[in-house]
Structures are given as structure tokens and as C-alpha cells.
Design a protein. Structure first.
Length: 134
């Protein structure tokens, strides 16, 4: 195996996780922006934060795609994504403390926060194991 192939192969896992993260951002963004009103009633959460949280996910997905599809891994960009995911989890906890969601709202917020935390952990593992030049 050539040195270039070994280098590119080492970041394959991180790239795949970033692509999955981007896809989940788009899917969740579409759900939250298009259905913020109905979801607000079901989840017991205010409509505006649901809508704006969803809208914020589109540029996040674009950044993740940019990082994942670059020829050379942008390590600082990967750290930004990991930090953003950590901030999302913290904001999810804050939302649960500040609002009075329904049982379904608690389940939704906790489930998506756990998925985001898992993606951040996988991105960290991928970044740590990557030897591709920055």
C-alpha cells in the first residue's frame, strides 16, 4: 500500500461519520423547520426555538460536507464540528431545564442529544486515529 493510500484510508472513518452527521443535520433541520408548529404542540416546546434550531442545522451540515469532502482533512474544522456538537448537547440540556416539555418532548430532546453526543464521540475517535495532514 502506498503512503498516500494509507494516509487517505486513515481518515475514511472520520469522513464517513461527518457525512452521517451532515445527513442527520439535514433530516432534523427539515423536520424542525417544516413542522415546527405541529411539533411544538406534541413536544410541549416553543415553536420559535424549534424552527431556529432546525434552520441552524443547514449551515452546520454544509460545513460538515466541506470538511468530509476535502482532499486533505481539515483538522481544525473537525474540532469545530466536535465543539459544535458538544454545544448542541449542552443547549439540549438547557432547553429541558428552561422549558416544560411533554413526555414526548423529553424523549425527543434526550434522544437527539444522545445521537449528537455519539456522533461527537465517533468524530473524536476518527480525528484521534487520523494521520492525514492538516
Amino acid at each position: 500500500m502506498t503512503a498516500i493510500a494509507a494516509t487517505l484510508g486513515s481518515s475514511r472513518f472520520l469522513r464517513r461519520v461527518l457525512l452521517v452527521d451532515a445527513a442527520t443535520c439535514v433530516a432534523t433541520g427539515v423536520l424542525l423547520t417544516l413542522d415546527a408548529g405541529p411539533l411544538s404542540g406534541l413536544l410541549g416546546l416553543p415553536r420559535a426555538p424549534l424552527f431556529y434550531a432546525g434552520a441552524s442545522l443547514f449551515p452546520c451540515a454544509a460545513l460538515m460536507l466541506l470538511i468530509a469532502l476535502r482532499e486533505h482533512l481539515w483538522r481544525a474544522g473537525a474540532w469545530i464540528v466536535i465543539g459544535g456538537n458538544a454545544a448542541w448537547v449542552a443547549a439540549s440540556v438547557a432547553l429541558l431545564l428552561a422549558a416544560a416539555p411533554s413526555a414526548l418532548g423529553y424523549a425527543f430532546v434526550i434522544a437527539q442529544a444522545l445521537v449528537v453526543a455519539l456522533l461527537a464521540e465517533l468524530e473524536f475517535i476518527g480525528l484521534r486515529n487520523s494521520v492525514e495532514p492538516a
